[in-house]
Design a protein around this ligand. Sequence first.
Ligand code: ADP
Ligand code: MG
Length: 465
Amino acid sequence: MGTNSDERLLENQWYRVSSRLKAEIGETAHENWLKPLRVREINGSEVRIAVPSRFMRDWVVANYGERLRELWAGENPGIKSVDISIQPGSDTDPDEEPASPAAAAATTRTSLDTKQARGIVAPGEISAPLDPRFTFSNFVVGKPNEFAYAAARRVAEATSVPFNPLFLYGGVGLGKTHLMHAIAWDIVEGNPNRTVMYLSAEKFMYRFVRALREQNTVDFKEQFRSVDVLMIDDVQFIGGRDATQEEFFHTFNALVDQGRQIILSADKSPSDLEGVEERLKSRLNCGLVADIHATTYELRLAILETKAEQMKISAPPKVLEFLAHKITSNVRELEGALNRVAAHTQLVGRDLTLETTQDVLHDLLRANDRRVTIEEIQKRVAEHFNIRISDMHSARRARSVARPRQVAMYLAKQLTSRSLPEIGRKFGGRDHTTVMHAVRKVDELRENDGSFAEDVELLRRMLEG
Ligand code: ADP
Ligand code: MG
């Protein structure tokens, strides 16, 4: 890299790429696989990244290589490939095996002329590539997502516009993006003349701001208004940006008026979107709003079975059942866990067993274990103090029940990510100030009463298991 500003540019790009990837793959995987990477330089249309060992290189290339390239090209359209090579000592972790000189010479390239190139289905360069794995046939349907799935299929197969917009919402990693890409694939394959544009709300904003700066908003508008189907992913990010919202609203109305299909996703329902104007909210509510619920054990197991089959790994049912029980957060983490155990067993050439699974995933399992529910807390605390669970919700104020209730509220605040009002609701619809008071009271008692402090500590350890 020539100058400091080039270096800074590179650092900035890397920062954005790795943040995006982190959001996709989760904290743990990011820590394990991306943190140790060192971005060295951009050479022509190639980004050069160093990893400390062969094992890491193979893993990163196999699992994140393509996505890294894609994200990087999104940041910097000049980038066509990402070169990941071994450079011993590129990371300071002393536990890493040193790579041999032969290994150091080996590089692996993720180049543009792969399947991804097909994914660009829209006019101009504005649409993001579609993931070839995100199809309807790869989507496992179960109770939590059947409605959203049916709605997506309906839109994909329709010749007219059945509902406008289709608004998909649900928590992170539950399949929103997958369903949107699936709709796009279906439409494009069924009728190559229809133009589909898919992009993230972030990108929409970024383009819009750039167009403003370049005084080019007419072209910008034209690009959006000439598509048959417009999909914008993660629209919660539009909240609060007034100028972008305004533009979004107008683009939206223009497309609806012309009978074009609009599909949106967000992590919340239209009414719950923060920082979004009322008129836009009510517009968003006009079509079909379909939510994807948290996964159930059955769905998680079905997904694991499907993926294991696709990956051609023979996983004992016990292992899959174990994973479906333990990794309850979302499908992305579930997939990540399966990938990790599969890669591990392949690399060390051992059979996939329950033991190796527990071993390889100990960090992830611990993180999932820590997610205690308020119901569990109430049950444990009631047992401990010998009161009825119903007293957690009752209006009784006798100290014999009020104190345990306060302890449960306190633990709910400490061990879950629930807000004070949410906790209050779970305790018989109490006000958040009551919860706040309970937290303070318990803290105070812990300081002044050793045996009470021990009780609370014991309960906490039991719940954290
Ligand atoms: P979101 O956009 O809701 O955050 P994604 O659509 O990116 O989630 O899904 C995360 C990962 O989980 C993707 O790899 C996706 O293929 C997978 N996934 C989610 N739901 C399902 C499902 N029902 N069947 C198969 N794979 C799924
Ligand atoms: Mg998504």
